[in-house]
Design a protein around this ligand. Structure first.
Ligand code: GTP
Ligand code: SPV
Ligand code: MN
Length: 646
């Protein structure tokens, strides 16, 4: 049996056979002479002690540091990283730091991300012979064992292992889950304390219960074998991001960047959580949550929306309305955990505590709320820096002195207007959500907020209208299953290829995609009141390659239509073969420049025929026998409607 399972089983066996008072002795033996430089190991929950001890044995760090999430702790670490040169203070703001990574470690690495289960088809769907599966990758426990053995033994030599207790969701909420991350990166620790709730209270809430085991190493034991660039240790050639849903364990090696290393985010809150969600009857999704209040009536409607990475979730969640009468407040910008309550209402929480937002494109016009959130206590990774100690990235041309000297993310001297870019396209800000001027007062409500609509979307340059509404839950799930988008810099894909990204979850699938669709469909049962499902596209282009829709703050006009549909306004929709479309004139266009309604909503017949054929092919290729019959039925009906009606 593979070692990680053995290690896990041994922990359970220990529990059965060993008396409580003996546990500590055993663990101390396993820790050997490794000093605990901070925290009281003996007071950690038993299961955590064993987990740490097992991985200390494996990774052989120089010391163990038990984090408490306090500001003092953060300052101590920041100070250390400033001295080392990894962090640099941005003197224009309060407690903001800039960090430049090794240019070989700048985004999620989907090709090195795996799910390991005993049975392959628990992790991935059956693909057509000769087809490369893209909805998650499985690696057998045996092969994974070899890969892990090739990396983890001794991987923290000469470094400190940080023990991070964190809660995804408000500490103690019935919807929250606890994780413990071990890491040898203190940059990761600093980001984890922004993105999750790191606190000793987690130990109390955890007690003897289960938690998600997260292990992360930069893969750069000392003495280093590979030249460290920008003081950013990493091991890009050997990146491996392994998930073991059966034992709720995540092991990540070689990268310090974003979703590769902040394991609470995509690894836990999506890939592992969706396994838990399937078992417990809820949903863990790549979705923002926002509340929109109509000021005239005071009515507030909450919406969850799934767009692929770098396709506009953060921007929509914090939207600054360009038309009067609406108040928008953000609950979450990337991940939603949603569950039907006993009355059948869908409630959602944001399991995260911070925003890890795409920097380029963010400015006071497109997203003032994000700009105002990250003016203090934030970390900026792979952005440029102005000579007066400010951040800079593409999109800020009008907000800084045009002649100011800028250092690019690659450390080069640069000025606005010169060729090249100041920031990496996947440069990010990491900031506490609580600092957002429009954070929703209920964003930490343990019950969550009631979700009335689900929106899917993506970057679709042609053919797909600004907005449409699905006819039913089943139709909506099919729309979600057929989400596609242009590739972005959030992962390693290159070029402007259109990729399938069902439910915006392609990079984050934690189990068999066909069964995941089945799980979505299964939620439409009494007493559940399933929300309406919509599809939006802010990215349609005209013949000249310009956006047909202004986007950003003007997206409120589309949300207004969505809300009115949620509240059963019938006269504003017309039936089309692909779903309900806005009746001409039913979207408020007051004060907008010229917008070509006909072009925005046109449904080219050939395009849709091809699109449906291609989507069918995708589902057959990627999940043939596993796709629920209801999805095929929806596709058949859609095809028929398009054939006869367009
Ligand atoms: P992840 O954090 O990777 O999951 O991304 P996200 O979905 O939160 O995307 P985000 O809101 O950060 O937007 C990514 C890019 O899309 C930014 O460069 C934005 O400027 C751009 N963008 C966002 N909304 C719009 C829009 O309505 N119209 C246009 N044209 N661009 C947009
Ligand atoms: C995404 O890629 O969807 C992100 C950034 O939100 S990362 O945390 O790196 O996954
Ligand atoms: Mn995301």
């Amino acid at each position: 049996m593979a070692k990680h399972y053995e290690r896990f089983n041994a922990m359970l066996a220990d529990e059965e056979h060993v008396q409580f008072h003996e546990v500590h002795e055993i663990v101390v033996q396993k820790l050997g002479h490794i000093p605990i430089v901070k925290g009281d190991f003996a007071h950690l929950p038993n299961k955590v002690q064993r987990f740490v001890a097992a991985w200390v044995q494996e990774c052989r760090p120089r010391a163990v540091y038990i984090c408490d999430g306090s500001d003092e702790e953060a300052h101590e670490i920041i100070h250390k990283l400033e001295e080392r040169g990894l962090l640099h203070k941005l003197r224009k703001y309060e407690e903001c730091y800039i960090c430049r990574t090794d240019p070989a470690d700048v985004a999620r690495v989907e090709s090195k991300t795996f799910v390991t289960t005993e049975d392959k088809y628990d992790s991935v769907a059956h693909v057509r012979e000769g087809v490369q599966g893209i909805m998650g990758q499985w690696m057998s426990p045996e092969l994974m064992e070899v890969e892990m053995n090739n990396r983890f033994p001794g991987c923290m030599a000469g470094r400190c292992m940080y023990i991070i207790p964190f809660s995804m969701g408000p500490i103690g909420s019935p919807l929250s889950k606890i994780g413990v991350q071990l890491t040898d990166s203190n940059y990761v620790l600093l980001c984890m304390r922004i993105m999750t709730r790191v606190s000793p209270k987690v130990w109390e809430v955890l007690g003897d219960n289960e938690f998600v085991r997260c292990v992360h190493s930069m893969g750069c034991p000392r003495p280093v074998q590979r030249k460290v660039i920008n003081h950013w240790p990493c091991n890009p050639e050997k990146i491996l991001i392994a998930h073991f849903p059966e034992i709720r364990e995540i092991c990540s090696y070689g990268s310090g960047y974003g979703g590769n290393s902040l394991l609470g985010k995509k690894c836990f809150a999506l890939r592992i959580a969706m396994n838990i969600a399937r078992d417990e009857g809820w949903l863990a999704e790549h979705m923002l949550i926002m509340g929109i209040t109509e000021e005239k009536t005071g009515r507030e409607t909450f919406i969850a929306a799934a767009f692929p990475s770098a396709c506009g979730k953060t921007n929509l969640a914090m939207l600054n309305p360009t038309i009067p009468g609406f108040k928008v407040r953000v609950v979450g910008d990337d991940i939603a955990w949603m569950r039907f309550d006993e009355n059948g209402e869908l409630y959602g929480i944001n399991p995260e505590a911070g925003f890890f937002g795409v920097a380029p494109g963010t400015n006071m016009k497109t997203n003032p709320n994000a700009m105002l959130t990250c003016l203090k206590n934030s970390i900026f990774t792979n952005v440029g820096e102005t000579a007066d100690g400010g951040f800079y990235w593409e999109g800020l041309e009008d907000e800084v002195d045009k002649n100011i000297a800028i250092t690019t993310w690659l450390g080069e001297n640069w000025r606005i207007g010169q060729p090249g870019k100041a920031a990496h396209p996947n440069a990010r800000f990491t900031c506490p959500a609580g600092q957002c001027p429009i954070i929703h007062p209920k964003w930490e409500d343990p019950k969550g907020v009631p979700i009335s609509a689900i929106i899917f979307g993506g970057r679709r340059p042609v053919g797909v209208p600004l907005v449409y509404e699905a006819f039913s839950w089943e139709h909506g799930v099919t729309v979600g299953a057929c989400v596609k988008s242009e590739a972005t810099a959030a992962a390693e894909h290159v070029g402007k290829q259109i990729m399938h990204d069902p439910m915006a979850m392609r990079p984050f699938m934690g189990y068999n995609f066909g069964k995941y669709l089945g799980h979505w469909l299964s939620l439409n049962k009494a007493p559940h009141k399933v929300p309406k499902i919509f599809h939006v596209n802010w990215f349609r282009l005209n013949e000249k390659g310009q956006f047909l829709w202004p986007g950003f703050g003007d997206n409120i006009r589309v949300l207004d239509w969505v809300i009115r549909r949620v509240h059963e306004e019938e006269s504003i929709a017309v039936k089309s073969p692909i779903g309900w479309l806005p009746k001409k004139g039913s979207i408020n266009m007051d004060g907008l420049g010229p917008v070509d309604w006909n072009e925005l909503f046109s449904l080219p017949k050939h395009y849709w025929e091809d699109d449906i054929r291609e989507s069918r092919r995708f589902l057959e290729d990627q999940a043939n026998g596993d796709v629920p019959p209801a999805i095929w039925k929806e596709l058949d009906e859609l095809e028929k409607r398009v054939k006869e009606g367009l």
